[in-house]
Design a protein around this ligand. Sequence first.
Ligand code: AMP
Length: 468
Amino acid sequence: MKEKCAVFGVYGRDIDAARLTYFGLYALQHRGQESSGIAASDGKRINLHKAMGLVAQVYNEHDFDKLHGFLAIGHNRYATFGGSTDDHIQPAADREMKVVLAHNGNLPSIEKLRKFLVSKDISVKNLNDSELMLTVISYFLSQGQTLEKAVTYAFPLFTGAFSLLVMTKDKIAAVRDQYGIRPFSIGTLNHTGYVFSSETCALDTVNARYLRDVLPGELVIADKHGLHSYQLAKPTPKLDIFEFVYFTRPDSILLGKRVAEVRKNLGRNLAREAKVKADVVIPVPDSAVPAALGYAEVSKIPFDFGLVKNRYIGRTFIMPDQRLRDRGVQMKLNPIGESIKGKRVVVIDDSIVRGTTAKKLVKLLRDAGAKEVHLMSSCPPTRFPDFYGINTPTQAELIAATMPIQKIKEFIGADSLHYLSYKGLIDATGLPEDTFCTSCFTGIYPIDIGENEKHINRNIEGFFLPQH
Ligand code: AMP
């Protein structure tokens, strides 16, 4: 199961930590819509509430009665493959409710964790990557270790991407893999406490001031004495560049850069690279709006909202089945005829993954009377699957891994098809290339992907590694 998720945690004084966590999870809903959970402690006992559904559906007033306390951690999960199941909803908890854990990311190899637990005669049956991590930490706690020691000892057994919150009855540990693949930020609440969040947008929601990121390879403990930092591994920053392209909310800040501005740069660079004669530039809402604004600005072609998105159809609605997915696009997007009819249209999406959206979109725009449809992607062709916690299909399902660009153009039926170049993508961030994990585009995986490597094909027509 692959997950792309959100974590949020609060350690405070005289604070209703669970309620703040609820607001934080609300702000991070885009990172996971399948299930949600909050664990809270009053310093004596941890209580937990979790269920399938959106944040708005999972909690009611009554649930907060049992979630009282000054520290809490929460999680939103998005996992499509393997179907919907409530077996693995997070935060994960040990049987005695001594420790809980919320994980954003994915471990492509769990061998070390399994071996360790088996050597201690602890059952690993039905445990996913997050639960294996929890079980190892729980083991060290049961040996009388402190939370900081337990996490420090467990850390070398984690192979993969993790922005992790671990809570005991009176402490929170925030820990991030040494590559910092998934984002993780820390905020302060006017000196009454600290907040940990997958993204900075949720800090704004709870009125916390951004302090700094949890560093790659760092463990940060929040307890009654404040924050304590331990560097567990040498930081080798490799933030997943797809966070800039698609996942992160545009009002969040990653590596000091406002995501909306980077996305505008993607569009600006696209306009410099892909010049077409057109009458209107329209975004695929909402994710491609900044890129389309950037494209319009540089190309001087007018911007218009030619497509309206039904906001009430979440991603969970679109099931992992091609027939349902086809219908999903149609129900989600509706064209505004007047903006499109008789016009040469540039339509910009943030990315093309399977090509389902693109194909449907071109038909939708032609049916609405577009004279020409020029489809553009604000990132390069996605030719490789992700193993670090975002939900991508297998390589065989990635359209750019199976067809050359010209064939894709024919398949989706556009008059022209343009992808932003790899160089244009890196340039838009204003940061050096080696700051990023670019595996979706390059097939270069900074963390061992174990057995998965066997199934990766790098011999793709038209694909060559970008020159350094
Ligand atoms: P597809 O129809 O499979 O080509 O998907 C492309 C659309 O999915 C784009 O409009 C993106 O906004 C969106 N998208 C890209 N990556 C992901 C992902 N990992 N999970 C969900 N949606 C995505």
